[in-house]
Design a protein around this ligand. Sequence first.
Ligand code: SAM
Ligand code: ASE
Length: 347
Amino acid sequence: MEVSKQELEYPQKLLNYMDGFLISKTMFAACELGVFDLLLEEGGPLSSSAIAERLGTSADGMDRLLAACVGLQLLEVEEHQGEVLYSNTDLSQTYLTKESPRTLYYSVAYYSQTIYHCFAYLTDAIREGTNQYQRAFGISSKELFDSLYRSEEEMLKFMQLMNSIWNICGKDVVTAFDLSTFTNIFDLGGCTGAIAKECISAYPQSRVTVYDLPKVLEMAGKHFVSPDEKRIAFHEGDFFKDPIPDADLYILARIIHDWTEDRSLELLSRVYKACKPGSGVLLVEALLNEDRRGPITTQLYSLNMLVQTEGKERMPSEYVKLLESAGFKDVQIRRTGKIYDVILGRK
Ligand code: SAM
Ligand code: ASE
């Protein structure tokens, strides 16, 4: 792709890329300080000094933060009888307030408190080819999820991150294929049960068992899944070591992308062994394009998998190869047009 003469003279795109993290951090700060929540709670516009006072910040700092949020179209500004007043835009009210049913607040919090710090060492991660928990957080652990779950607080924050994207992409991934013939579904590494909830709401005949590590399911029961959900069950286990119970569909959402080629194949082979003829496996992952030109979100996620995990994002052909190596056949791909896509294989 040739750049235009105009772009060579004034590289707007590069200037925008340099500002990328300034923009991120501005939005993160407004979220974390509670600007959007306060404006929602208040129900009407507030002055910068009132916001600063209510949130216990400096007046000058808050004034600049609010101005930048207006520039980012996260806030609206009006002048009323000589007073400058701020209110939420529809977008920030819907996605950046904590209690909204479509909230991304917890994704923002995790980006700000964890991913941002790992990306500070992106250069090192690329030199060394390994995740950066040691440098970013001063911890060394052989097992990936011992690092990701280095404290109860971190585990809850990670689970909230995992949960929040399904507010936006959940329905699309469970309906990309017609799964109505699968009634006994296991969600391996099912975490907070978010996908399980999407399944039972899309398929009235299905029962879903969330399979995850004991401490994760304990947290899921406390914070995410109500015991009234009779069609959702929990099963504690380690999918690399413990038996994988009978089911007619195994969902693995954002599992394979966490692991090396070898461990992925080991896990998928275990799932294949657990399958009966006709049983299926459904991978939910962000897919790279075969032509390597995008999507940029997934290309960036793959860098995130480098700084945070042992894994990477893959192209459809790579998932097909993994599934076929594990024994699966009739592998089909469906793109959703959102972040996460699906791959269905059969025994
Ligand atoms: N499937 C969920 C989603 O997409 O929102 C969560 C994906 S998260 C990246 C990976 C999940 O696998 C976590 O819930 C983690 O606790 C679980 N997990 C990791 N290692 C595991 C193991 N050895 N056995 C069972 N679950 C495991
Ligand atoms: C994982 C998914 C994520 C492991 C660590 C993770 C995400 C963030 N950290 O399986 C969600 C996807 N977001 C990004 C930026 O990759």
